[in-house]
Design a protein around this ligand. Structure first.
Ligand SMILES: [Zn+2]
Length: 253
């Protein structure tokens, strides 16, 4: 019988939990390691909708990228939205497992998959940044269109539109601060999920092109990859891994 501990061990083998950042709280957040798993539901975030989906599918393990309780709490009541989620998980005896910064940095993790989706070659990696060559040199506006098509979203461009770029750095999610690491690794342009105003200004002032693709579009491909690998791993014992509807582009609700 598959247990929460087995799934934890598999995720740990791909993205060791002890490689997470100090501020992070990836790992088992609710539930019991010894609990038998009836199904696994994969999502970017644990929301009321995701828990309802898991319930309807008979899954009792939710695997997300973003952890709950990212900000420490001193009480667990249903007076706030996150408290309601946690109480619901506990009442329904659902395990919540989060693979966050450990998955961002892992080989084959969120940033590696993002670099693949962007079609990069000769990839170099360090922590939360991947830098590689685009299939061809392109002007910034062409790069914007190329990445928008690759990521299935409207990528925002910051910097000189006519500048030619060959080497692109990427950092998923809220990785905007890593533009300087990408530059140090030879990137001429930098894509992140979120490039905050002053990060973008600094990035452009230092001769880079800034590109913002949104938190979802830069992280979802890596979550799909993990769900696929997990399903392949578990096929032999016929445990179902389902991907939440919330991970389908354009899904509202
Ligand atoms: Zn994120």
């Amino acid at each position: 019988m598959l247990t929460v501990a087995d799934v934890y061990a598999y995720v740990n083998s791909r993205a060791p939990f002890d490689t997470q950042m100090e501020f992070d709280n990836a790992g088992l957040l609710t539930g019991v390691m010894e609990q038998p798993v009836t199904g696994i539901h994969v999502a970017l975030d644990c929301t009321e909708g995701v828990i309802a989906e898991a319930e309807n599918l008979g899954a009792n393990l939710i695997l997300t990228h973003h952890p709950l309780m990212f900000h420490p709490r001193k009480r667990l009541t249903e007076e706030d939205a996150e408290g309601r989620l946690l109480c619901r998980l506990i009442r329904k005896r659902m395990a919540l497992l989060a693979a966050h910064t450990n998955l961002d940095r892992a080989a084959g993790g969120i940033n590696d998959v993002l670099a693949q989706v962007c079609g990069l070659q000769n990839i170099a990696g360090e922590a939360f940044v991947r830098v590689g060559d685009l299939p061809a040199s392109m002007e910034a506006t062409a790069l914007q269109a190329y990445l928008s098509q690759r990521l299935g979203t409207a990528v925002r461009l910051m910097g000189p539109e006519g500048r030619t770029v060959r080497r692109l750095g990427v950092s998923s999610g809220a990785g905007g601060e890593f533009w300087s690491m990408a530059k140090a690794m030879g990137a001429e342009a930098f894509l992140s999920g979120e490039l905050r105003h002053h990060e973008a200004l600094d990035c452009v002032a230092n001769g880079m092109i800034g590109l913002e693709g949104g938190h979802y579009a830069t992280e979802a491909p890596g979550i799909f990859a993990l769900a696929g690998a997990l399903q392949t791993h578990l096929n032999a014992i016929q445990c179902n891994v389902c991907v939440s509807k919330s991970l389908i582009p354009g899904y509202q609700g």
